[in-house]
Design a binder for this molecule. Structure first.
Ligand code: GTP
Ligand code: MN
Ligand code: MN
Ligand code: MN
Ligand code: MN
Ligand code: MN
Length: 210
């Protein structure tokens, strides 16, 4: 057997500057791939370690390629974007589509990455904390668990006493595509974290230029 290499699996941290914001209804381009991913989250103002407000439970995952990303994937030929995203959420998270479905109004932002020739649509699905915990538990039984997805994780949104551990440390991980900027945009747009905290966390990161 040789190297696992396909266009869909090309190793790809792509800095934000490689991604231009485009409208949700941007027309499909010749030779381009279409991808759709989603941030599932629940607001949660409880305190952890008697010290830090959780603010929200936000789900990401460890991908097969070692990068962090969101559940979702490629829109296959002939598929519509939203049904493709819901299909991927079922494959990667065992999401019960009779109860939870991403809808058009959950859209957050879309990007075109001209280098990788992919248009990435991004959505955020807000659920209750009880529903979040249920979704998280069910995800271990997904078809892709142990294959495309190696683990479901929550994002630490607090900043610890040294100003680096917690959210800034998390942001220094390796992210697939522009998942890092999709996370930051969603946290701002959904008012999960105040912009001042996001900016302070970005200023504390060591690996990426804010
Ligand atoms: P296969 O079924 O094996 O093809 O994988 P998939 O359909 O689940 O596709 P995947 O989730 O790997 O996403 C396809 C492409 O979208 C990747 O190669 C990346 O370029 C990009 N991608 C993956 N995860 C993310 C993410 O969280 N955010 C963004 N912006 N892009 C991502
Ligand atoms: Mn312990
Ligand atoms: Mn998939
Ligand atoms: Mn995927
Ligand atoms: Mn797929
Ligand atoms: Mn697949």
């Amino acid at each position: 057997w040789g190297w696992l290499e396909s266009t869909a699996h090309a190793a790809d941290f792509c800095p934000t500057e490689d991604h231009a914001v485009v409208p949700h209804d941007t027309p499909m381009k010749e030779g381009y791939l279409l991808a759709a991913h989603c941030m599932i989250y629940a607001l949660d103002d409880s305190v952890v370690f008697n010290l830090y407000c959780r603010r929200a439970a936000v789900l990401m995952h460890m991908r097969f390629d070692g990068y962090l990303g969101f559940p979702g994937g490629l829109v296959d030929t002939g598929e519509e974007i939203i049904p493709a995203l819901n299909r991927e959420l079922h494959e990667e998270m065992n999401l019960d589509l009779t109860r939870f479905q991403v809808k058009h109004e959950d859209h957050v932002i879309s990007h075109e990455n001209a280098k990788n020739r992919v248009i990435c649509h991004f959505y955020a699905l807000c659920v209750s904390l009880a529903e979040f915990e249920e979704i998280e538990r069910a995800a271990l039984a997904s078809k892709e668990h142990g294959h495309e997805v190696l683990g479901h994780i929550r994002v630490p949104l607090y900043v610890m006493g040294d100003g680096y551990r917690g959210f800034p440390t998390f942001l220094d991980n390796n992210f697939c595509g522009n998942a890092r900027s999709q996370l930051l945009t969603s946290l701002k747009q959904r008012n999960i974290l105040p912009e001042s905290i996001i900016n302070a966390a970005l200023a504390a990161t060591k690996k990426y230029v804010p």
